[in-house]
Ligand binder design. Structure first.
Ligand code: M6R
Length: 608
């Protein structure tokens, strides 16, 4: 994680860097820092805590200079503190470095450098790079950066500045994102597009192994073999308004409200309502690949992995292809035995999650074809997958994923139906029925978002420190995702179980102090969920159930009911999660939590 930005041009660098960091804070907010080249040397200011602490430190007296770089940190090596904040310098202060990623072999390098007389100040892995610069620099920052890149193991984007090369930033990248912004008389480097979008729409993605030398009037990119890289810039069509709060108190609330539009944008261009068919010709997936599919593996992390678990139901029940789901950090290390004609689907909102990227590469190494489902155009996962299906949710800024999740479910539904059509395993009327239902889902989500009762109930539930979530089938996965939301933004110790599992252990913890949230939508397991609810009620738990309209039974059994409109059971993951997102949001508001930036987390997890 961590966000980085670099600027070289004619304007004052600090305000541009601080502004960019404010849009990168979602990547980490343990500390922030800047290095500015002032003409007299490199001046560094860094502070533990949110960017506002750094802004306070710089207020009215930022170092003058037209070249500089900034960093916002998510701590990995060394706790959040001023000294562990980036930029890091060498013993002489002539070099500065910022870093996103992890240097796996830093301990060996550090020992060697200490033995050679270098003095380390921080506990970070990054500081070794500053001392390596000091040791190896022989007049060319570009050459030294290449040399250092060859010595490092791990994942990194590193930006380097040297007092002896004013107006210049050099960058190297491996397995972490880096974008170049091309301006008029000024150029930029950043972890992502929004950080520099106010200044230019012309962007270039840096690939692994490439080295960049950035100056105000020149950008040089060379690949690992030393060849100059000429690449057509991307012209970004969207603007920052899409990523601004737009009057909402938090990005999370805004993004919850954006779900109907995100769903429409993801679904509408891919269906033909007159025929009831799904058109995924954009994938370029040959028909024989779909015909021959023996197994689908879905690999992802966090909320995306929960979307994958629902994807298993969606694909198995539509396309009749067996699906296995696994979290990416396990898949990559367990030497998976992929059957012949496998498709690995990697799901990632950001398209940059390191574990998911590594799983993608492992899948390709094992000979499988990879379909990337991601929300970020041009992201690493989009670039490295064989086939790409974009979710059109627009920028998701809040750490807690909401609109990305529901659009992932929509994309997985479309993919399941597409395979069902190609393989002719489902009657066209049945496909059309789900397609029609899918087009109606955005309006249902709109209706749920208007339900004032959810925020009122949240007040009642905000004082509990523990909670259980239960459900069966797709409902069990909705329960998992609902508990995930409550944990990450409201800091409530929330555990989710398939209802039938409760009695095998967790029931021992159910008391009047542990409310149970039950998702009871799926018709085929509804009665079974009632059974689990009764077990919880018999232990004095307060039960809140999410049910569909027309359910008159549940009101008589539980303490509180949230009623959502009816949809096709396969699509109920999309509707049923919405009240749980809103519940978690308002519980977090009532508990005074920092909703968009929950403690210890970051939006895009680009470290292992
Ligand atoms: O960008 P990705 O979808 O790959 O991110 C995966 C997880 O880090 C992410 O879903 C995380 O669990 C969110 N904080 C969930 O709200």
């Amino acid at each position: 994680m961590c966000g980085i930005i670099g600027y070289a041009g004619e304007k004052q660098a600090t305000p541009i860097i601080i502004d960019g960091l404010s849009r990168l804070e979602y990547r980490g907010y343990d500390s922030a820092g800047v290095a500015i080249e002032t003409g007299q040397g490199l001046e560094i200011t860094k502070r533990q805590g949110r960017l506002s602490k750094l802004q306070e430190a710089l207020r009215g007296q930022h170092s003058p200079g037209t070249c500089g770089m900034g960093h916002t940190r998510w701590a990995t090596h060394g706790k959040p503190s001023d000294v562990n904040s980036h930029p890091h310098t060498d013993c002489t202060g002539r070099f500065a470095v910022i870093h996103n990623g992890i240097i796996d072999n830093y301990l060996g390098l550090k020992q060697q450098l200490i033995a050679e007389g270098h003095r380390f100040l921080s506990e970070t892995d990054t500081e070794v790079v500053a001392h390596l610069l000091e040791k190896l620099y022989a007049g060319s920052l570009l050459d030294t950066a290449k040399q250092i890149g060859a010595m490092l193991k791990g994942s990194y984007v590193l930006l380097f500045m040297a007092q002896d090369e004013p107006g210049t930033i050099v960058a190297i990248r491996k397995d972490n994102p880096l974008i170049i912004g091309l301006g008029e008389g000024e150029n930029f480097l950043a972890s992502d597009i929004p950080a520099i979008l106010p200044h230019t729409r012309k962007m270039q993605v840096v690939e692994d192994g490439e080295v960049v030398r950035l100056r105000g009037d020149e950008v040089l990119v060379v690949d690992a073999t030393g060849q100059i890289v000429e690449r057509e810039p991307l012209v970004i069509q969207w603007d920052l308004e899409a990523a601004a709060k737009g009057g909402y108190e938090h990005f999370m609330l805004k993004e919850i409200h954006e779900q109907p539009k995100a769903l429409r944008d993801t679904v509408a261009p891919r269906i033909d309502l007159s025929t009831g068919k799904v058109d995924l010709s954009e994938l370029g997936m040959p028909s024989e690949v779909v015909q021959q599919l023996q197994r689908v593996y879905i690999v992802a992390c966090g909320t995306s992995a929960y979307a994958g678990q629902i994807g298993k139901f969606l694909i198995e029940r539509t396309a009749s292809i067996p699906v296995e789901v696994e979290v990416a950090s396990e898949f990559r290390y367990r030497s998976p035995l992929l059957v012949e004609n496998s498709l690995v689907i990697v799901l990632s909102q950001s398209g940059e999650t390191l574990d998911t990227m590594a799983a993608l590469r492992e899948a390709k190494r094992l000979g499988a074809k990879v379909l990337g489902i991601t929300n970020v155009v041009g992201s690493s996962i989009a670039r490295e997958s064989d086939y790409v299906l974009y979710t059109w949710a627009g920028p998701e800024i809040a750490v807690a994923s909401t609109k990305a999740f529901v659009t992932q479910l929509a994309a997985l539904t479309l993919f399941g139906l597409f395979c069902a059509q190609e393989r002719r395993v489902m009657a066209q009327e049945a496909v059309a029925e789900i397609v029609t239902a899918l087009t109606q889902v955005p309006a249902l989500v709109e209706q749920i978002i208007q339900d004032q009762r959810i925020s009122l109930l949240a007040k009642d539930y905000a004082s509990y420190e523990h909670a259980f979530f239960i459900g069966r089938g797709i409902d069990a996965v909705v329960a998992l995702e609902g508990s995930h939301k409550l944990k990450e933004i409201a800091y409530v110790f929330a555990e989710a179980y398939p209802g039938g599992e409760l009695k095998h252990g967790a029931l021992a913890l159910v008391t009047e102090k542990t409310p149970v949230v039950a998702v009871a939508i799926q018709p085929e397991v509804y009665d079974k969920t009632i059974g689990s609810i009764k077990e919880a009620k018999a232990r004095d738990a307060r039960v809140l159930a999410v049910v569909e309209e027309g359910d008159t039974l549940m009101q008589q059994i539980v303490d509180d009911v949230l009623v959502i409109p009816h949809t096709h059971p396969l699509l109920a993951g999309i509707t049923a999660i919405v009240p749980l997102q809103i519940l978690a949001y308002y519980i977090a508001v009532n508990r005074g939590c920092d909703i968009d930036m929950p403690r210890n987390l970051a939006k895009s997890v680009t470290v292992e």
